[in-house]
Write a protein that binds this ligand. Structure first.
Ligand SMILES: NC(=O)c1ccc[n+]([C@@H]2O[C@H](COP(=O)([O-])OP(=O)(O)OC[C@H]3O[C@@H](n4cnc5c(N)ncnc54)[C@H](O)[C@@H]3O)[C@@H](O)[C@H]2O)c1
Length: 368
């Protein structure tokens, strides 16, 4: 992949004196950006996972030390099971033994797992430490590192314990995307496509024109797509920080996707692959309610994402049951995010069970 050009940053604006920059710069620039965000060198906590540590700890640690920072590095095992009370406790123990005060920043270097967990530690240690998100996966760069949702899982469900805690700074080094495994890459692309479908019809056209280049991770196209997708997330969070309205639109395809992950067994599909399949069901329903929606076109875009087979072995009844148990079901009504037109999503209880069944049949019986 050729080198990335310098990209303009994106701002999350949360009120007159509250907001932060999402910048696309190499990790070497982090100390300078931290100063610009008002953080003064001293102790800091650097949380990462083993995979990311091996790739990116040296460059970041060296830059931090050269600028007068004294990082305590906490390295956790990679994977979703790390978002647990046990690993949270490990961060608490290390941080409190190290000696921190309310100005000690927590740097989260990694994907959404590290970002959510370290973010929650930052939200709760001493009632809130400054948080610096350094996302290294596509999902994290366009979604999880922006917006302040932090948390851990509970045996009864994902993300059930958490807090809103906005970062002081988000710095995404696009070069880190070159080392992502293939399925993590396409999983992230599913979220990029989702952002376009719910909020930006021009971006849908861009993705249609450049999907091959994106699948090959061509640097200039990746940079443009990441910046545009991050800008969509930033705009939605700026409008609705605590998910009282518009932010829920980011769940497009997710009620279906969560059901797929559950019924197929966690691990068969990645989260993004399940969301890609889920978006196809949501597009089908959207088209049933809004016949002018260019369904074939939108579905063709989603189907360019490689997704493994296996949904055909899931029973529709099980998928519908799982949807009804999703935490987003309010008072027994399935409220779904659907599209009115390309780039315009809304939440509605209008889809009937029969239509939902039809949507599942459509996705189950066509190749991914
Ligand atoms: N807070 C939010 O708003 C929000 C939004 C979306 C998703 N999430 C959460 O994000 C998590 C999923 O995020 P994810 O997909 O980034 O998962 P992840 O953090 O588990 O990362 C995926 C894998 O890639 C590895 N990795 C990370 N960066 C790498 C790199 N540059 N090169 C090579 N390998 C790398 C990691 O070690 C891990 O094994 C879930 O827990 C989900 O709940 C949170």
């Amino acid at each position: 992949m050729e080198s990335f050009a310098v990209l303009p940053s994106v701002r999350v604006e949360l009120g007159p004196d509250r907001g932060y920059e999402v910048v696309f710069r190499p990790l070497e620039a982090v100390p300078r950006l931290m100063r610009a965000a008002g953080l003064r060198p001293g102790r800091c906590l650097l949380v990462t996972d083993e995979t990311v540590e091996a790739l990116y700890r040296p460059v970041l640690e060296k830059a931090l030390q050269a600028d007068g920072w004294h990082p305590l590095v906490i390295v956790l095992p990679p994977g979703e099971t790390t978002k647990s009370p046990d690993h949270l406790r490990r961060i608490y123990d290390a941080a409190l033994t190290f000696g921190i005060d309310r100005k000690t920043p927590v740097l989260a270097l990694g994907g959404g797992v590290v970002g959510d967990l370290a973010g929650f530690a930052a939200a709760t240690l001493l009632r809130g430490l400054p948080l610096v998100q350094l996302p290294t996966t596509l999902i994290a760069q366009v979604d999880s590192a922006l917006g302040g949702k932090t948390g851990i899982n509970h045996p009864l469900g994902k993300n059930l314990i958490g807090a809103f805690h906005q970062p002081a700074l988000v710095c995404a080094d696009l070069r880190t995307l070159t080392t992502l495994p293939e399925r993590a890459w396409t999983s992230g692309l599913a979220e990029v496509v989702k952002h376009a479908l719910i909020a930006d019809a021009d971006f849908v056209t861009f993705l249609e024109a450049h999907m091959d280049a994106l699948l090959q991770r061509r640097a200039d196209v990746v940079a443009e797509a990441v910046r545009r997708a991050a800008a969509i997330k930033a705009a939605i969070v700026s409008e609705d920080e605590k998910e009282r309205g518009r932010r829920a639109l980011l769940n497009f395809g997710h009620t279906f996707g969560h059901a797929i992950e559950l019924v197929a067994g966690y691990g068969h599909f990645t989260h993004g692959e399940a969301v890609a399949l889920g978006m196809r069901a949501a597009l089908y329903l959207s088209h049933r309610l809004h016949p002018d929606l260019p369904f074939a076109r939108a579905e063709a875009l989603v189907r360019r994402l490689p997704v493994p087979a296996g949904l055909n072995t899931c029973r529709v009844d099980d998928l519908i049951d799982a949807m009804q148990r999703d935490k987003k079901v309010e008072a027994g009504t399935l409220r779904l995010v659907l599209l009115r037109r390309l780039g315009e999503a809304y939440v509605t209880p209008a889809a009937t069970l029969e239509q939902i069944r039809e949507a599942w049949e459509h996705v189950r019986t066509t190749a991914p």
